[in-house]
Ligand binder design. Structure first.
Ligand SMILES: [Ca+2]
Length: 245
């Protein structure tokens, strides 16, 4: 591709981006994985270590294993849905009713990145054994009680101010409470139907990538911005063409 054709392609991309900036264009937030799934999003077999959530307790990184909810160890947990699996700090591939986890708070962190955006939101369902707190970038957005394991509970994060450009951390904080009966007392987390979208800040992208060093604040104006870009890029095409000719 010669220089003129390359600049023409840039021109087309700039116009397309400018036109799209005047309407809502929602893109999926990548990296929002349900618990207990593989790299393709399919549920893992029992005992497999979750590869998406970074789990820690007491500042120490731990593994979170995939659970079966037909085990005698977890008879009170809501059944695994089709798109996710319970995960927890203990490996449980046997039908033991005495599985117990320490009375600790377990942090399940899921990280994702966002380009510059104008709005963003996340929805999903979760269950926890026992108490649960859900935080986005350190801000609590939902919580579950002692019996948080009995149902899949919906949540939504719609306050765009809680999201940041760059790295975001969605933290599921699960605290195992003392057991009520003298049997096992497991802890675990289930996240299902996790989805998110964001509307990219196309004006910011255009100014950053095309105009470059101009940091003067501008009032968003799709029409005049497009005309300035077209005029500027056509000038580049003309100058390049003159040099080549
Ligand atoms: Ca428990």
């Amino acid at each position: 591709m010669n220089t003129t054709r390359a600049v023409s392609a840039m021109l087309l991309a700039a116009v397309t981006a400018s036109l799209s900036s005047t309407s809502a264009l929602a893109l999926p937030i990548l990296g929002l994985w349900n618990t207990g799934v593989d790299t393709g999003g399919s549920p893992n077999p029992v005992g497999v270590v979750d590869s998406h959530y970074v789990v820690s307790t007491g500042g120490v990184i731990d593994d979170a294993y995939t659970f079966s909810t037909v085990s005698a160890a977890t008879p009170h947990w809501i059944a695994n849905p089709t798109d996710a699996r319970w995960i927890g700090p203990s490996l449980s591939t046997t039908d033991s009713s005495m599985l117990s986890d320490p009375l600790e708070t377990y942090f399940y962190d899921l990280s994702f990145s966002l380009d510059p955006f104008t709005s963003a939101w996340i929805t999903g369902y979760w269950a926890s054994d026992n108490f649960g707190r859900l935080l986005l970038n350190g801000n609590e957005v939902a919580s579950l009680g002692l019996m948080g394991f009995k149902t899949l509970n919906p949540f939504s994060i719609t306050d765009s101010n809680l999201f940041v450009g760059g790295l975001n951390v969605l933290r599921f904080e699960v605290t195992n409470a003392p057991g009520l009966v003298p049997t096992g007392n497991p802890s675990g987390l289930l996240v299902s139907g996790l989805l998110g979208e964001y509307e990219p800040d196309t004006n910011l992208r255009l100014e950053d990538t095309v105009i470059g060093t101009d940091t003067t604040p501008t009032v968003p104006d799709g029409g005049s911005t497009a005309l300035l870009l077209i005029a500027g890029l056509l000038g580049v095409v003309y100058v390049r063409g003159r040099r080549q000719s």
